[in-house]
Every structure is written in structure tokens, then in C-alpha cells.
Design a protein around this ligand. Structure first.
Ligand SMILES: O=C(O)[C@H](O)[C@@H](O)[C@H](O)[C@H](O)COP(=O)(O)O
Length: 241
């Protein structure tokens, strides 16, 4: 049986984020009730970070000490570069809630433990996120050309069917060097949620709904094993039939 795909359409990105935050609390709490610890892959992007800010203001029943946090991708730049997704997440949420630092799994920065060696940094994350990794929830932002994580159209990373984590050294969107999770691990997640707003995303949203090839529109290839939810504002949903 195919897992359901929901399209939730909101008047504004603020409404989208408020509902995603409420559902995040419910999903994480349910995962903790079922399995003790919830495993979540975070995303960057405006809505992804706004969601974290909303959770910093009110995270309901979440026991943050029992949440394992990972990232879907990050930029391979110095640790203090504001482009780092994990730095943005730290400022938006992690500095404000009692997470267990041992359960916050950032991707290495270009001045971190592996220095400028992106392959070693990637291999390190692959030891953590392997073929048996199952996230309870994988959050995704999306670019106008349909990229998710650092999986861009017609790239090797998007074609990857075996490795769970790969290095990207020629990202079409700067900065060029990134580390990203791939489809095998994204699609092993119980729930995959897209947080998408803006008219420039509408064509990609519609392509995914029509079952496009993931090589053309990477967003079309991401599905949870239990549920896939598209949180959309009206502009992003405007080309859905
Ligand atoms: O790695 C990147 O270059 C960006 O973080 C990118 O992947 C972002 O998440 C999406 O483009 C959605 O971003 P917005 O929600 O801000 O449009």
C-alpha cells in the first residue's frame, strides 16, 4: 500500500509554520511515546528556521532530552559562517531548549575535526547516518528548481541509490561545497514534510504532485514510509490541479 501524501494549503507562510509547529510537537511526542527517543532531520531555509523559532517559543510536550537531531544537509564552510544550517538552528532553537548536546549531530564544518577534507567529513556523517537509520521525521525546504537537501536536478547526489551521505563540490547554488543526505535515507524516514512558500516554487510543487522524475525535480522523489506532508502557502500551491 502506498503511504498517503497530504497537501495542506495556508493563507500565509506564518499560518503554515504555526500548523507545522503544532504537528511537529504531536509527531515528536508520539515518537517518544512509541520508541522512547525521537529522531528528526532538520532543514535550513526560511520556513525551516521559522519553524524552529516557533518551537523555541512553545514546544508543548516535547522532552528535548529525548530528541536526536540531525541535518538533511549543510554547507561545508567554517563553523561560524552564518550560512551554516546548524548555526541558524542553534540560534533559532537549540540555544533555547534543553537538548542533550550528545544528541545534536551536526555535519562537520570546513574548519572542524577533518579540516578542509570534505570526503573525510562526509564519511564521518555516514558512520552516524547509515543504511539502518530511520528518522521519525525528515523536514525539507525546497528550491524553485525542486532541490531538497543539497540534491539538485541532474546531479550525482540526486542519482545516488546506495550511499546515505555524499559530498557535493559543485552545487549550482552557492556555496559550492556541501554535505547532504541522499534519497535512500530520506525515503526511509517515517514522515517527510515539505515546508514551501512562494509563487516561484509552484511549478516544482505541481511537478512533484504529478509524479515527475526525481532527476528533473528532486522534490518529486522524497516520500515518507508512513506519511508525506506538503505544507504550502497559496502561492506555492497555485499550480496544483
Ligand atoms: O541549502 C540551501 O541553499 C538552502 O538552504 C536551500 O536548500 C533552502 O532550504 C531552500 O532553497 C528553501 O529555502 P526557502 O524556504 O528559504 O525558500
Amino acid at each position: 500500500m502506498t503511504a498517503p501524501v497530504e497537501h495542506l494549503i495556508f493563507e500565509s507562510s506564518a499560518d503554515l509554520v504555526a500548523t507545522a509547529a503544532a504537528r511537529f510537537i504531536a509527531a515528536v511526542t508520539a515518537a517518544q511515546d512509541a520508541r522512547g527517543v525521537a529522531a528528526v532531520a532538520l532543514t535550513g531555509g526560511s520556513n525551516g528556521i521559522a519553524l524552529l523559532r516557533a518551537l523555541a517559543a512553545d514546544s508543548g510536550t516535547i522532552d528535548w532530552s529525548r530528541v536526536e537531531l540531525y541535518w538533511g544537509d549543510d554547507r561545508f564552510v567554517p563553523a561560524d559562517d552564518p550560512e551554516r544550517n546548524c548555526l541558524q538552528a542553534r540560534e533559532a532553537l537549540l540555544d533555547h531548549v534543553p537538548v542533550d548536546p550528545a544528541r545534536v549531530h551536526v555535519m562537520a564544518a570546513s574548519d572542524g575535526d577533518f579540516g578542509d577534507d570534505i570526503d573525510a567529513a562526509t564519511a564521518d556523517y555516514a558512520r552516524l547516518v547509515g543504511p539502518d537509520t530511520v528518522f521519525d521525521l525528515h523536514l525539507l525546504g525546497m528550491g524553485g528548481e525542486g532541490h531538497i537537501n543539497s540534491l539538485f536536478p541532474h546531479t550525482d547526489a540526486t542519482a545516488e541509490d546506495d550511499r546515505t551521505v555524499v559530498a557535493v563540490t559543485d552545487s549550482p547554488k552557492p556555496p559550492p561545497r556541501r554535505i547532504t543526505l541522499t534519497f535512500p535515507v530520506v525515503n526511509a524516514s517515517r514522515e517527510v514534510w515539505f515546508l514551501v512558500s512562494g509563487a516561484e516554487k509552484a511549478e516544482a510543487v505541481a511537478a512533484a504532485a504529478q509524479g515527475a522524475s526525481r532527476h528533473d525535480w528532486p522534490c518529486a522523489g522524497a516520500h515518507g514510509t508512513e506519511n508525506t506532508v506538503w505544507f504550502l502557502d497559496q502561492a506555492a500551491a497555485s499550480q496544483l490541479s
